[in-house]
Write a protein that binds this ligand. Sequence first.
Ligand code: AHR
Length: 511
Amino acid sequence: MTDPEGDTPLAGAVHLDPRFTVGEVNPRLFGSFVEHLGRCVHTGVFEPGHPAADEDGLRTDVLALIRELGVTMVRYPGGNFVSGYRWEDGVGPAEHRPRRLDAAWRAVETNQFGLNEFMRFAGKAWVEPMQAVNLGTRGLQEALDLLEYTNHPGGTAWSELRRSHGVDKPHNIRLWCLGNEMDGPWQTGHKTAEEYGRLAAVTAKAMRDLDPGLELVACGSSSRAMPTFGSWEATVLEHAYDVVDFVSCHAYYEEKDGDVDSFLASAADMEEFIDGVVATADHIRAKRHSAKRINLSFDEWNVWYQSRPFNNDADAPDWSVAPRQLEDVYSVTDAVVVGSLLITLLRHCDRVTAACLAQLVNVIAPIMTEPGGPAWRQTTFYPFAEAACNGRGQVLRLDVDSPGHDTALHGRVLLLHATAVQDEDGTLTVFAVNRDTTRPLELTADLRAFGPAGPVLHTTLSDPDRHAANTLRQQDRVTPSQVTGTRVADGRLTALLPPLSWSTLRIALAP
Ligand code: AHR
């Protein structure tokens, strides 16, 4: 579709009905990730001596932003880091904790922040912990030791050790990852699907024997581009189907060679990823005549400029403590893509029941900090916060009418990308992205099936400069703005979505 004038709005419509639903959003869809990587932990969430630090060394300015972001769950302690981690190094008196080489990120880990500090952080950030065990350099026994330390009330060696560390009550962590990205050749202790599937199965079984209420995540593919994608999941689930609850997915996107149209269509790849893993898991289910369904934990997703060096400071020496790594500065375009990925996760909420924006602070993160200085929101903070705070209730099945265009990487995509969620309090929220970079898009919806509707609160994230970003110097350069003129008249919603934008439309419904 071409528009020689360039200023005529495109026309798009969504068709929805309260009786046609995808499913209920699991709050775990709005998880995030804290890894011992760069400055995520040290000078990110944890900075004793910072003017805003509390008695645990946690930055209260960062905690306030995390709560505002609406994060529900945090995965910890990695990531690639976990595959070489000894969890015992991070518990007990801080002065006795060893400094260790972290081979994954070529840094030194001081271990001044460990499991018990993380759990104090989780309590103050109002998030559920998602704990990963090391199945790279370690295995079944260490996973059981960690589980006994965290979840057993007392009277045994590991549980009493926890109590001697000042934590009387067990942490009672429910959700566990069985290693990290074990399909990746870069992973310390990388395994074949057969090796990992067997290890995941025996570890899961033994962990369940200790604590039957656990929910366990087996590693899926670390990207849809992995040569083993699909066959990895099938083999792992052949081994572990009966003893795990989730299979994980990881995906990162970036704009390459200025191909903004493909970048804005990244959700098409995520969609294929989800469809492929659901099909693979259900194939194993059918073969096993199993009544159980395996859900997806999309526990690493984001925009990440992986083509750039992972050290931000080119002269940074190897093996330093908390170096600046993966500190991507996000633009308006990046935020719109993050919003679009959130739309896809919501559209698949029947099978994606946990997800983590990777990561939370400083490292490819929605929140940035300066050591001894301020904390601020990146552009990507806003779509996540709006989805996490408003994307609760039933996701509605949505048909979208929209013009489309061809992209180099993802084929033909619609210019309007949207989902809708109906909250218990009667609010209907539409999240929508206009992928067209130059033209606004007029969105309409027939809402008569919902009864009396309106008024509408429409906020949008867009900017004449799609590269605009928030930085230490200009922390509020990009913020969402309210759109006037959006209305429901005679049961029909009309809204104008700016070019290259993410919008949230909150429509009040009659009780
Ligand atoms: O989130 C950054 C890294 O990306 C993680 O450590 C790893 O699991 C993934 O490859």
